[in-house]
Design a protein around this ligand. Sequence first.
Ligand code: FAE
Length: 542
Amino acid sequence: MPNTTPHQARFTRRGFLTTTGAAAGAAAFAGPLLGAAPARAAAISNGASVPALVIGTGYGGAVAALRLAQAGVPVEMVEMGMSWDTPGADGKIFPKVTSPDQRAYWLRTKTKAPVSNFFGFPIDSNITKYTGVLDAEEFAGITVYQGRGVGGGSLVNGGMAVTPKRERFAGILPSVDANEMYDVYYPRANAGLGVGQIDPVWFESAACYQYARVGRKHAQRSGFAWTFVPDVYDWNYMKAEQAGTVTRSALDGQVMYGNDHGKKSLVQTYLAQAFATGRVNVSTLHRVTNVTPAAGGGYTVAMEQIDTSGNVVATKTVTATKVFFAAGSVGTSKLLVKMKATGALPGLNNEIGKGWGDNGNVMCGRANHMWDATGTLQSTIPCSGIDNWDAGGAFAEVAPLPTGIETYASLYLSITKTTRRAEFSWNAAANKVDLSWQTAWKQDSITMAKTIFDKINSKEGTIYRTDLFGGYKIWQDGLTYHPLGGAVLNKATDNYGRLHGHPGLYVIDGALIPGNTTVNPFVTITALAERNIERIVADDLL
Ligand code: FAE
């Protein structure tokens, strides 16, 4: 596949429409969990010429690859992380949250757990530097957690698959037709991702969701709307885990460093479909470093091949007719900001790097009374949330703390309506991209989250935990799991993700979304990618 030529990108519009209509899309993904189709994973050749190159294999990249391939276009995906398909010496592909090893972190020598302390004691440990699955990327004011490997964030996330309330959509993506999104693209994304909801009857008795039932009780007693949250975890598998009939994953402390079983990551859904077309190849442990117009048309894409210690073992250049930036909000923004500043892509406009937000993420824990035990067995997959968006600007996941012992703690990740937006900029002296986020800005999010938890604490006669994020620290205000923006739709790009100034370059990931989705973001990223790629294939690739 690497040495295909641009003329192979020719295909008919009719062929595309018949394979990607809403009905066909839904049918393709209905039915039981698909096995992970192996990627065609021959490393791309130096000097190759390809019709379509996709940088990154997360949500945006997977949608782009599938729809392009279904339309007849050979696709080369370039992914800086590994393909997570081989068990380690312990027989597991991924480590548990309580025992991270080298597989857990991207090129770090010490873990950086979001819950960093327990009873005040630091819990991070030394590990071997390795191309692990979770990147805790540090900027001056914030640590941004991201997935690394084939499947991107879908490898490490909690699978919470939330479609924002329709009346809130205009505030998320003002230039996008909400009717189209809610009639066509959100349903298509939900079907494609394999989104499902917990059996509410089973929920009432499952030991592993005692923590969520306690969370519900406290929320409702304070008058808050509590809601189940859909997820891509296979709920029947979860039931079997609780019953003890299958190998446990969510009930064995796996999530943030990957799940061996149960979770429908992109590897089981969009990417499996993409690879099944026979037109998609992935080069793993390849990191794109530059994109610039090629002399004869198209773009020259430079990349480094790395080993599992992060050393560069080869550099390559490839020519691509179309390039899709799907390296995630941070990855895409860093590339574009650097290439604009260095003159590699001089036509990019001044919106590049702007509009970045943290989706208002902030975490806290509450200390329950002894009669409100949250359970020694906790599913790592959250299934519920507290919605105080309209009154207080916060939507809080009731999160697990799967330590294996009774902690009497309730943990929450809040998504808040922060208006703070940061900007990426090129730091020539240090040869890196900086982000202008300030930790103090999280105070807005804390204030919004407190509209929920101050009230619950007051009603229950409880207090915040102060031992989870450092000594005497109530709020985890130093991170985000939900980076969004940096190449905002209809600003840095046109209304479909085409980058201004350079025809044939597209952004198709979380970088398009300006900082906030009111809920967990990946369904919106997927739905927007579905919308945009349909238009791009129809209009640009004929
Ligand atoms: P993403 O999935 O990050 O994919 C980008 C890919 O590009 C990655 O595989 C990178 O390794 C790769 N890449 C980056 N730079 C380069 C380069 N230069 N060359 C080659 N490859 C590159 O992007 N969201 C939810 O909706 N629900 C949840 O429950 C949830 N839980 C989360 C829990 C954790 C711990 C984390 C970290 C995130 C969570 N998220 C959740 C966020 C979600 O995973 C994230 O919004 C999406 O993965 C972003 O999708 P993108 O397609 O933008």
